[in-house]
Design a protein around this ligand. Structure first.
Ligand code: CP
Ligand code: NVA
Length: 303
């Protein structure tokens, strides 16, 4: 059977994604009950990180350990990848030794090229364009605390970045309404929005966008690789902060999510991220459980 990859949420069907979320909730309960479950004994995950990470690295590495397997951290600083060995060659070699490869990199085309030449499943652990693993944890979190996300309203405030793009895919796959409030120069990819116009609406005004929301979510104003744009972005996003006044426009039972790391006082106020409507710590923990379900799907269910 050909390997399945997880480069964006569109690589899985809505039914597969919903099963995966339910499985993540189940695996979390089993883990918390002390159950030892090692379906990946003898299996190895290669983890290529061309950008920094706390949550993604620790969650994948821990998931492999819990599952009885092993993870290898590969940074371009210490591998031939950083010295220009072609992606195609790296993919052929690595996938002849390990059972799955996870990649965090810049251009989305890099993970696509790697997957094309890989004999084993490839997981996108963040590119400039998408961050699908984070969305699994986000949806799991909402479903744990509020039930099905189908038909709900999600509001994205701020940069139309990789996370926002994955929310657009999620809106289609999980069938919810997404409203994005971004300054004109920082809107999500127009083609992606047009292709998902049944599910997503983009506007300037964060106040109008937030009315009646079930989830309010945001992300840093300058993503990894955009550090030099920080000052220009801080000016452009000054009116796009998630604060208590904005949260009041959402439904009373609305939850606040943030993929983290967060910059308090910039895209979100401390009173919101550290407040009662925030589920960001549960969301971060769920990276572990959601990715266990993903690894199980790719390496056990689909082999
Ligand atoms: N949310 C997220 O992907 O965090 P890290 O950058 O720490 O992996
Ligand atoms: N948009 C952020 C997400 C970090 C998890 C970035 O790409 O830096």
């Amino acid at each position: 059977m050909a390997s399945r990859h997880f480069l964006t949420l569109l690589d899985f069907s809505p039914a597969e994604l919903n099963l995966l979320i339910q499985r993540a909730i189940e695996l979390k309960a089993r883990h918390k009950a002390g159950d030892i479950y090692e379906p990946l004994r003898g299996k190895v995950l290669g983890m290529i990180f061309e950008k920094s990470s706390t949550r993604t690295r620790v969650s994948f590495e821990t998931a492999m350990y819990h599952f009885g397997g092993h993870a290898i951290f590969l940074s371009p600083r210490d591998t031939q990848l950083g010295r220009g060995e072609p992606i195609e060659d790296s993919a052929r070699v690595l996938s002849s030794m390990v059972d799955c490869v996870m990649i965090r990199t810049f251009a989305h085309s890099t993970v696509e090229l790697f997957a094309e030449y890989s004999k084993v499943p490839v997981i996108n652990a963040l590119t400039d364009d998408h961050h699908p693993c984070q969305l699994l944890a986000d949806i799991q979190t909402f479903e744990e605390v509020r039930g099905s996300i189908q038909g709900k309203k999600v509001v994205w405030i701020g940069d139309g970045n990789n996370m926002c793009h994955s929310y657009i895919h999620a809106a289609k796959q999980f069938d919810f309404e997404l409203v994005v409030a971004s300054p004109e120069d920082y809107r999500p990819n127009a083609e992606l929005v047009a292709a998902h116009s049944d599910y997503v609406q983009v506007m300037d005004d964060p106040l109008t966008a937030t009315c009646g929301a079930d989830i309010v979510t945001t992300d840093v104003w300058a993503s990894m690789g955009q550090e030099e744009e920080q000052n220009r972005r801080a000016k452009a996003f000054a009116n796009y902060q998630v604060n208590a006044e904005l949260m009041q426009l959402a439904r009373p039972e609305a939850i606040f999510l943030h993929c983290l790391p967060a910059h308090r006082g910039e895209e979100v106020c401390a009173s919101v991220i550290d407040g009662e409507q925030s589920y960001v710590w549960q969301q971060a923990e769920n990276r572990l459980h959601a990715q266990k379900a993903l690894l199980e799907f790719l390496l056990v269910t689909h082999t």
